[in-house]
Design a protein around this ligand. Structure first.
Ligand code: AMP
Length: 463
């Protein structure tokens, strides 16, 4: 769970990258970083926290140059600390290179052990650093050759943006295309980003998505493209549509908002209920609740209000205030739910703790009945391709039936969207071969062979 952004050929590269990262803030709030290239010199600033905390005018003024790349981080591999903040910047025999990564490499543990046995010294606990070491060791003289050489060894999910001291910005997406990466223009400059919402903010134009397995190289003379040698079937992460991407973004050329609305409509067809009001769990449940209300004809209302001032990184410090948890973030609107039969729509149910608290909160505010509707199938398996999900033993749907979960969260009824319904809502991600999605978190079918570390944890959870 991270966001990457890059701009090449703009007088205010760092300022634009700052804005681009701001639009990607939902993809990671733990750390933010930016590297800018100015006449062969790469300068870097990274800090913990939000983009607006990590950067100010003075910091941005110290990052001159016409090319810059940025990163917002939510750790899936490696702990949350400054040394793991990206973009990384490293020196090799041919100059300096910076790298920003969204995704998760499944064989990073094995590769790291191999590289360390050969004498490599790692500075971070991030999987991304493996790519850096493989590049440094590659025999090819040019940076693109080194990158291709390194990527032959890694498996998993990566949307990368690199910046070189000789003025190249390189974007690359893994052959399966797990994570998004789009290419656009801002006047004469080229821009790369995890999501199109950042182009809207900077008033740039979307050209196209970077294809799975494609490398785009932007330099002074323009842009060129080439393919990684490995070919795979597209398996774009369906959870980007369900929860992760911003609703105003287009992913795979499709509106995230509309896909979520359709999920809600399908859910209303599959799991109708007699009720007085449909309310979303804000913010992520809003488009699906709109769809549920439209399809069912039950009025849509805002029955839960979200505080936007509780950071995701909020650490509940003392026992005395810990139990306020969800209530700090969400509060019920009594005038909407009092005496009503309420349908609550959320995008996903992971551990079940949020839903349980929400149901209790709504009943305390006077709701007569609470029917929980989840606009995705039960989350039964962890993601190893870049979404932060807990281990299998913590996923309530991995070991409980829907009836048992309904009892646990104390709702009057609970239904999930079927896998088929979700797939119909998102449509095809690959016109040639059909669906083209990874939905391993709902099915356990992992499209790229897992590494030994992940197989061990999965096996342990089954015992
Ligand atoms: P839980 O209490 O674990 O069942 O959490 C469910 C809530 O977490 C839902 O409201 C989801 O929108 C949200 N959610 C789902 N996946 C994630 C994720 N990977 N990171 C953060 N929040 C998530």
């Amino acid at each position: 769970m991270c966001g990457v952004f890059g701009i090449h050929g703009h007088d205010e590269a760092a300022n634009i990258a700052y804005l681009g990262m701001h639009a990607l803030q939902h993809r990671g709030q733990e750390s933010a970083g930016l590297v800018a290239a100015d006449e062969g010199k790469l300068r870097r600033h990274v800090a913990m926290g939000l983009v607006s905390d990590a950067f100010n005018r003075d910091v941005l003024a110290k990052l001159p140059g016409t090319t810059a790349i940025g990163h917002v981080r939510y750790s899936t591999a490696g702990s949350s600390e400054l040394r793991n903040a990206q973009p990384f910047l490293f020196e090799y025999a041919g100059g300096s290179v910076s790298i920003a990564h969204n995704g998760n490499l499944v064989n990073a543990g094995e590769l790291r052990a191999e590289l360390e046995a050969q004498g490599s010294i790692f500075q971070t606990s991030s999987d991304t650093e493996v790519i850096v070491h493989l590049m440094a060791k590659a025999p090819q003289p040019d940076i693109v050759g080194k990158l291709v050489h390194a990527l032959k060894r890694v498996r998993g999910a990566y949307s990368l943006i690199l910046l070189t001291s000789d003025g190249k910005m390189i974007g690359v997406r893994d052959p399966n295309g797990f994570r998004p990466l789009v290419l656009g223009r801002l006047k004469d400059a080229y821009v790369l980003s995890s999501e199109t919402c950042s182009f809207d903010l900077i008033e740039g134009d979307l050209l196209r998505e970077v294809e799975p397995g494609e490398i785009v190289i932007v330099e002074k003379g323009g842009m060129t493209s080439q393919k990684l040698p490995e070919i795979a079937e597209r398996t774009f992460c369906v959870f980007e549509h369900v929860y992760f991407a911003r609703p105003d973004s287009l992913v795979n050329g499709k509106s995230v908002y509309r896909a979520r609305e359709k999920m809600g409509m399908k859910l209303a067809q599959e799991a109708p209920v007699e009720a007085d009001v449909v309310i979303p769990v804000p913010d992520s449940g809003v488009p699906a609740a709109v769809g549920y209300a439209k399809e069912s004809g039950i009025p849509f209302e805002l029955g839960l209000i979200r505080s936007h001032y509780v950071g995701r990184t909020f650490i509940e410090p003392q026992d005395s205030i810990r139990h306020f948890g969800v209530r700090l973030k969400l509060s019920p609107v009594r005038s909407v739910v009092d005496g009503k039969r309420v349908v609550v729509v959320d995008d996903s149910l992971v551990r079940g703790t949020t839903s349980r608290k929400i149901v209790k909160m709504l009943r305390n505010a006077g709701a007569k009945e609470v029917h929980l509707r989840i606009s995705a199938p039960p989350t039964t398996h962890p993601c190893y391709y870049g979404i932060d999900t807990p281990t299998r033993s913590e996923l309530v749907a991995a070991s409980h039936t829907i009836d048992e979960i309904n009892t646990y969260v104390t709702s009057d009824s609970l239904s999930y969207l079927s896998h088929e319904g979700m797939m119909q809502a998102v449509g095809s991600a690959n016109e040639k071969t059909g669906q083209g999605y990874c939905s391993a978190c709902f099915t356990g079918k992992y499209p790229v062979q897992l590494g030994t570390d992940q197989l061990v944890t999965l096996r342990r959870a089954r015992v």
